[in-house]
Design a protein. Structure first.
Length: 276
């Protein structure tokens, strides 16, 4: 019996060591960052979670999550635009609740029914579907958008509540949509592989009785090597109460984010990505 108990403990430790919520993105899910270099600590909140976003046993992108504000700081992904059916099912991150829960995203219903997780525990760990009901001039804004992926599994993987923020509905459907659907294709047309990091700056208001922060700004950045082996980069930022997007250089965005987050210097990409 003792050896069986020790085996169970050993297996449990292995599971915890390879869980979906990881200690950092260094050597884990770093394939979603240019030259495998994650963004620096200037974006890191007081209560962070590093999530390798997983669906059907595959990693699709990386999200730095702010557990206090219940919004993502950023999602990092490889830009592979495509078309397909838009998912309708919203999921959550089980290992924000407990480390021994499945590493892949699940629906709240599945967690309650198949894993005996209390809704209270899900609510305490992250934003939930109920938080995003009955919004006024806001809707669910993807950081990593569904249209930037070309397989059905990768598109479904964007439909987790750890990848969205309360976004101004007009901005989301108009100016920010123009950035996602027109500016990104134009900027990346000569890229071999485009690495994107899209984020949100916490604001001073909230939804769901103070549970979920409403960002003050939404921002985006990208870096790639072109077909001529030239490295290029670009960025964008928008105030979340204004239907206007400013496209700027990477260095300008990093300086602005350092002032907005007030968490130290910000470096989004490897030094090879041009700042001007």
């Amino acid at each position: 019996m003792l050896w069986l108990l020790l085996l169970q403990v050993w297996a449990s430790c292995l599971w915890l060591g390879h869980g979906e919520v990881v200690p950092s993105f260094e050597n884990t899910c770093d394939q979603f960052f240019y030259q495998k270099m994650p963004a620096t600590k200037g974006l890191e909140p007081q209560n962070p979670a590093w999530i390798c976003q997983t669906f059907n046993n595959q990693h699709f992108y990386a999200t730095l999550y702010d557990k206090k504000e219940r919004i993502p700081v950023y999602s990092a992904y490889i830009y592979q635009p495509g078309t397909g059916t838009r998912p309708q099912t919203w999921m959550v991150e089980p290992q924000l609740i407990r480390a021994n829960l499945p590493k892949a995203m699940q629906t709240e219903e599945t967690l309650r029914g198949n894993y005996s997780v209390r809704q209270k525990d899900i609510n305490n760990s992250q934003a939930v579907n109920q938080d995003y009901l009955h919004l006024n001039n806001l809707n669910r804004g993807h950081l990593n958008p569904v249209a930037h992926h070309d397989t059905q599994d990768s598109r479904k993987a964007t439909f987790t509540l750890t990848n969205i923020v309360p976004q101004n509905s007009k901005l989301n459907s108009e100016a920010w949509n123009v950035y996602e659907m027109e500016t990104m294709p134009q900027k990346s047309k000569d890229c071999q592989i485009t690495y994107a990091i899209v984020g949100a700056v916490p604001g001073t208001s909230s939804i769901a009785n103070g549970r979920v922060n409403v960002p003050s700004h939404i921002w985006a950045s990208a870096c790639c090597k072109t077909n001529n082996n030239k490295v290029i980069a670009w960025a964008a930022i928008a105030e979340n109460n204004n239907n206007q997007v400013r496209v700027l250089n990477l260095g300008g965005l990093e300086e602005e984010l350092a002032q907005l987050y007030k968490r130290g210097p910000v470096s989004l990409f490897h030094k090879d990505c041009p700042r001007t």
